[in-house]
Design a protein around this ligand. Structure first.
Ligand code: BEZ
Length: 217
């Protein structure tokens, strides 16, 4: 649930034992899950995240993948991932969740997609966790839809900006573009915090859309 401390777990990974809360300690983190190793969409996604690793690091975000297979399977699969996305190196841990304990704990099972034995697969979940270990965002995709990690970086930019300033980021927002003052602030407070604002005139006349410059640009 948003703003709650995420459940802790202990697991084996391609980079050894991980205690999730300890791993997060004081950093932002992204945990993203996969239905299974050696599957088409998952292979493309993990390569893309490896390609974007520098972007996550730049934002101070620790990356952690999870897939419903063993650590040995993950280690073999990394060769396929790196071959599919040339030049990428999977430097982040892939957690072993062969029995789907963590996926179940986090509510990330896709009942519509089944393995050959008829068991439901893990969904493609994304959890962004703040340095306070609280959930800042969760997105759940079905196993059959690959994610757009450029969009997830954009979302992290919004989460990190709005954690520091009383603003909300409009549709398709990117760093440098105007943001909206949050509705909880009075006009005087917005002026005091941001040195002024531009009110967008709309038919309702309610005056709620108050734009200010990106406070970090
Ligand atoms: C895939 O990664 O391509 C995939 C995995 C499980 C179900 C459907 C697709």
């Amino acid at each position: 649930m948003l703003a709650s401390v995420v459940p802790d777990f202990a697991a084996d990974s391609t980079q050894g034992h991980i205690q999730f809360h300890q791993y997060i300690e004081g950093s932002w983190a992204i945990l993203f899950s996969h239905p299974a190793d050696y599957t088409p969409v998952c292979t493309t996604e993990l390569g893309e995240v490896a390609r974007l690793q520098g972007e996550f690091t730049k934002r101070g975000v620790k990356v952690l993948a999870l897939s419903s297979d063993t650590t040995d399977a993950h280690r073999g699969w990394i060769d396929d991932i790196e071959a599919f996305t040339p030049g990428c190196k999977v430097d982040y841990p892939i957690i072993s969740d062969a029995k789907q304990k963590i996926a179940t704990l986090y509510g990330g099972i896709d009942p519509d997609e089944k393995d050959k034995a008829g068991n439901a697969l893990s969904a493609r979940a994304v959890f962004v966790v703040g340095p306070d270990k609280k959930l800042k965002l969760s997105i759940l995709y079905p196993a059959t839809t690959g994610r757009n990690f450029i969009e997830i970086l954009r979302v992290i930019d919004s989460l990190q900006l709005t954690a520091q300033h009383s603003v909300a980021t409009p549709v398709n927002w990117k760093h440098g573009e105007c943001v909206a003052a949050v509705p909880g602030l009075s006009d005087d407070e917005v002026t005091q915090k941001f040195g002024g604002f531009k009110r967008v005139v709309l038919p309702s006349g309610k005056g709620y859309l108050r734009l200010v410059s990106d406070p970090e640009s």
